[in-house]
Design a binder for this molecule. Structure first.
Ligand SMILES: *[C@@H]1O[C@H](CO)[C@@H](O)[C@H](O)[C@H]1NC(C)=O
Length: 604
């Protein structure tokens, strides 16, 4: 199934004949674009095309019928994290109340027409069309360029109901490198990439952050992959100025055309062979030698992975091949940095990955969650060595810090508009730690914020409210809040409000927050736990309920467990001088981590 060897030979031949003129011509990518989108190449497909379309249409129809029958309702109800699919720019989910604003209000327009969307098409015509429908209304896109890698299908612009579409039918399957070729040809300064098996909902918020920091590749991924690309797949070595992490581009990414053109030059100076060149995706982010600015959120997959045989990176053979090329890319980057190749950036640009605070898009793409709390230790502690392969690196990192807690409670859970999911930091709160929102543009509306959390009472009492304009220079403003306890309707355990309060408000000095938290959590999540344990626990709790509260009697609960009550606090920000960023800064070290069920807002 993954036997591409004959295709690779073809690719090698094509690439070597195509890249030579390309590299010599690299200073004028626009010329190349005009040349290559001249006239349609295959007239003979004029007759076959309707037949193919009809076949695809029927296939799509049958597929969707079968899919609906077998997977439709059960899939949605069985998984809370699945959001319903929508068309066009993300509409506010019905559960998210932003108050009285229209669809277009408080939407940034900065960067209009400055980006070209590059879509690679392998096979899935139906999902490609769906993606085009989804991307087309976004004003950031000047063009949507479809690079058709599937040689036996001829695509035409009129097949897509979007005036921005430009089609390029590749004479050969160019694999991933087609992205970079297409971007180098683009007539806009920025490129957006995605594969045809994902639907990316958070374009505008990612773009807002990209416009602030265009020097960094921006990518969008889920917490699982975020934990790989920000911890286990990072390559740092100060002696050669290496500071890069691998990141996929297929789940939504933004880069400057300049960085892509530079990558094509890097491919030439590092003697990448045609096969490596075809796997360009495994090299691009690492060669940039800057940690990608990566946002974390829920991803919607358009194709059922279990049934999808065409997906390139899936399956164990796909995975190990990817890691092999990821490894080669890191080795090549290390070599180039060691010999101080001028095509490779030596300097680590600011903000470095530890200085960044933008984390996750809000569920309706109208804001970004910010926090300075980094979930993993500084990756610099592991020096990259070219003889350590990726599997080994993953093991070393996981042994030091298991990312599973972060994966389960990532940043995005604070802004997904759902009250039963939470962001829980992997470390206790320290003085100066903050959580907040980037509203994407400067606003002067009156905004009521609502925070739903499970943390001690003194947190909000000690917190400072800060706001900033587009320059992100913060000023402190008065924080007037009202809080109340909200019942968690899903909780059916035995912890009462008093016990929970006593636990969360314990004096800091009799507290240990360490890795045992995780063990306690595993215990609490175990639904089939012994009845004996339950009884014992019950007795403990009864004592606490009836007797006087004493710190010694408080049962050893876990900060990560969701108990019967959460605190809901509301406060209003209304700045005549406008603001874009809002954050709550912790006033002191606390014993507990951030446990934020929701950070929402609405116009009042
Ligand atoms: C963006 O491009 C479209 C189509 O060419 C044009 O109608 C529109 O005015 C442009 N917008 C801006 C802000 O340049």
């Amino acid at each position: 199934m993954y036997d591409h060897s004959h295709q690779f030979e073809q690719v090698s031949r094509t690439i070597s004949t195509r890249t030579r003129p390309f590299f010599s011509n690299i200073s004028s990518p626009i010329t190349l674009f005009r040349n290559s989108t001249g006239k349609p190449r295959r007239v003979r497909f004029g007759i076959v095309l309707p037949a193919i379309c009809l076949f695809l249409y029927l296939l799509c129809l049958i597929n969707s019928l079968l899919y609906g029958l077998f997977f439709g309702p059960s899939r949605n109800s069985s998984n809370n994290d699945r959001r319903p699919a929508g068309h066009g720019p993300v509409k506010p989910p019905t559960w998210l109340d932003r108050g009285d604003i229209s669809e277009m209000e408080m939407r940034p327009v900065e960067g209009t027409n400055m980006t070209t969307a590059i879509l690679l098409s392998w096979e899935r015509m139906d999902s490609l069309k769906e993606i085009v429908v989804h991307l087309c209304p976004h004003v950031m896109f000047k063009e949507i360029m479809i690079w058709n890698n599937k040689v036996d299908i001829h695509l035409e612009e009129k097949m897509f109901n979007c005036p921005k579409v430009k089609v390029f039918n590749s004479p050969n399957n160019m694999f991933f490198v087609a992205r970079y070729m297409a971007c180098a040809m683009a007539s806009s300064p920025y490129c957006y990439f995605q594969d045809d098996d994902w639907k990316i909902h958070y374009l505008r918020s990612m773009y807002a952050n990209f416009l602030r920091h265009p020097q960094f590749l921006h990518t969008d991924t889920n917490s699982d992959v975020w934990a790989l690309t920000n911890w286990r797949w990072c390559f740092f070595e100060d002696e050669v100025n290496m500071h890069s992490c691998f990141s996929w581009l297929g789940t939504g990414s933004l880069a400057t055309r300049d960085s892509v053109v530079k990558f094509l030059k890097q491919a030439s100076v590092t003697d990448m062979d045609p096969l490596e060149f075809a796997y360009g995706d495994m090299y691009f982010s690492t060669f940039l030698n800057q940690v990608p600015y990566q946002l974390e959120n829920y991803l919607e997959e358009l194709v059922d992975p279990a049934k999808d045989e065409a997906a390139f990176s899936k399956g164990s053979s796909g995975k190990s091949r990817n890691k092999e090329y990821m490894h080669k890319a890191a080795q090549k980057a290390w070599d180039a940095l060691k010999r101080k190749d001028p095509e490779f950036e030596q300097e680590e640009l600011h903000p470095t990955y530890l200085q960044r605070d933008v984390r996750s898009p809000c569920a309706d793409d109208r804001c970004l969650m910010i926090s300075n709390k980094h979930p993993f230790p500084d990756v610099r502690m592991f020096k990259y060595r070219p003889y350590i392969d990726i599997e080994e690196m993953e093991k070393i990192h996981t042994l030091y810090e298991d990312p599973s807690i972060y994966i389960r409670y990532p940043f995005s859970k604070a802004v997904d508009g759902m009250e039963n999911t939470a962001y829980k930091s992997t470390q206790p709160i320290a003085q100066g730690d903050y959580i907040g929102l980037d509203m994407l543009l400067e606003i002067d509306r009156k905004i009521e914020y609502r925070l739903l959390y499970q943390m001690g009472d003194q947190w909000i009492k000690n917190a400072k409210l800060e706001v900033a304009g587009s320059d992100a220079v913060y000023r402190t403003i008065p924080l007037q809040y009202t809080c109340k306890d909200i019942r968690n309707m899903d909780y059916n355990g035995k912890i009462t409000l008093n016990i929970e309060h006593a636990f969360l408000n314990r004096a800091r000095d009799n507290l240990i927050f360490d890795k045992k938290e995780v063990d306690k959590l595993e215990y609490d999540l175990d639904v089939d736990k012994d009845d004996d344990d339950d009884e014992e626990e019950e007795q403990n709790l009864n004592q606490n309920q009836n007797g006087q509260q004493s710190p010694k009697k408080i049962p050893e609960l876990s900060y990560y467990e969701d108990y019967g009550w959460r605190t809901q606090c509301k406060f209003v920000v209304h700045e005549a001088s406008k603001f874009r960023f809002m954050r709550l800064v912790s006033g002191q070290d606390e014993a507990y981590p951030f446990v934020v069920y929701d950070l929402g807002w609405k116009v009042i």
